[in-house]
Ligand binder design. Structure first.
Ligand code: NDP
Length: 332
């Protein structure tokens, strides 16, 4: 086991256009600046981590880099009055794993104002089962609620539903009393999606097949993790005054849509960014996640893998093959 003077990490280095990943042991003095040192228990594998680990452009800003955009663990050292040795903390976003060394390591040195306290009712494993994906799903739900979405107003569709953000969004919305339609490219996951609370499951082609600027009004609200023609189809089929919280681009970053749903039906396109979201909103989101999501549903959506399996898992998540969430036990 590493002590407080060394760490084990997945390290990305770049040589020209080639990005290499290696498992390394480093002295703790190699860690970047920060006022809190965290002994990491778990990180997780998000779509963005898949891109980073496999060297796809647009995520990692500087090399060498320890990827991992989220982590949970215990404070080992703190120069901040906010945190003390032994405190349990969660970190997501803020450019960690992109510009600042991240969670796929046994130790991380980070900024104290990036951290959220681990809620008492969550184990560290369940906190990372949520991770960036869970926080993002909660922020999507909060955005929809703030635009007036209440249970009983109609179906709410979640796209990319069998993925990480999608799975948590389905469970959160169903738990809040919404009639949830899960849109997936994997019909074989229907049983899983219904177990999370979806009352209806549709094939993703139903949404991408909606080509007219205004289609039949169907959704009271939507969480979209896919973008592109899927988001265009959602916009065209939202009910009057309905909203879609758009957080992802698993199907593409383009948006081949028209303004007609906005100007003729008053629909809302709500952007959701979990990376820079202010700390007060994060804390509110984590409090709700800890309170509202049944733990058995969380346990049903997670697979735990050791650090050594991260590159293979990165391939799988970019191929759209991962169901729910993948947590990385960095100590294994
Ligand atoms: P996952 O890979 O776990 O989920 C993405 C899902 O999208 C897949 O499971 C699949 O669902 C669907 N999908 C994959 N490829 C395609 C495709 N080519 N066309 C249509 N659907 C596809 O990723 P995450 O849940 O971690 O992230 C989802 C998206 O949200 C990503 O784009 C990610 O970058 C983004 N994100 C954004 C955040 C923010 O702050 N805005 C934070 C976290 C994530 P199915 O099989 O059910 O169709």
């Amino acid at each position: 086991m590493p002590d407080d003077t060394t760490l084990r990490a997945l390290l990305l280095t770049r040589d020209g256009d080639h990005v290499q990943h290696d498992h390394v042991t480093l002295p703790v003095t190699d860690l970047p600046d920060g006022d809190v040192l965290v002994a990491v228990e778990y990180s997780s594998l998000n779509y963005k981590d898949g891109l980073a680990v496999l060297g796809r452009p647009g995520v990692v800003r500087t090399y060498p880099m320890v990827p991992g955009i989220d982590l949970v663990g215990e404070v080992v050292e703190s120069e901040s009055a906010r945190w003390r040795r032994g405190d349990r903390v969660i970190l997501t976003g803020w450019g960690v794993g992109e510009r600042h060394w991240g969670g796929l390591a046994t130790l991380a040195r980070v900024r104290s104002d990036w951290l959220v306290a681990l809620p008492d009712s969550l184990t560290s494993l369940r906190a990372m089962t949520l991770g960036t994906a869970g926080l993002t799903a909660m922020l999507c739900v909060m955005a929809l609620e703030e635009r007036g979405l209440v249970p009983g107003t109609g179906e709410v569709v979640v796209t990319g539903a069998a993925g990480g953000v999608g799975s948590v969004a389905v469970a959160l919305l169903a738990g809040a009393g919404h009639a949830v339609t899960a849109s997936t490219g994997r019909p074989e996951e229907e049983g899983y999606l219904r177990s999370l609370g979806a009352s209806n499951v549709i094939h993703r082609d139903e949404l991408t097949g909606l080509k007219r600027p205004l289609e039949k009004e169907r959704w009271a609200g939507a969480v979209d993790t896919v973008g592109s023609t899927t988001l265009a189809g959602v916009l065209a089929s939202l009910k009057r005054w309905g909203s879609v919280a758009a957080c992802g681009l698993a199907g593409g970053s383009d948006l081949p849509a028209t303004v007609l749903p906005f100007i003729l039906r008053g629909v809302n396109l709500l952007g959701v960014d979990s990376v820079e979201v202010p700390i007060e909103r994060r804390e509110r989101a984590w409090t709700r996640l800890a309170r509202d999501l049944p733990h058995d549903l969380l346990d049903a959506m997670v697979r735990v893998v050791p650090l050594g399996e991260v590159p293979a898992e990165a391939e799988r998540i970019l191929r759209g093959e991962v169901r729910g969430r993948t947590v990385v036990d960095v100590r294994a």
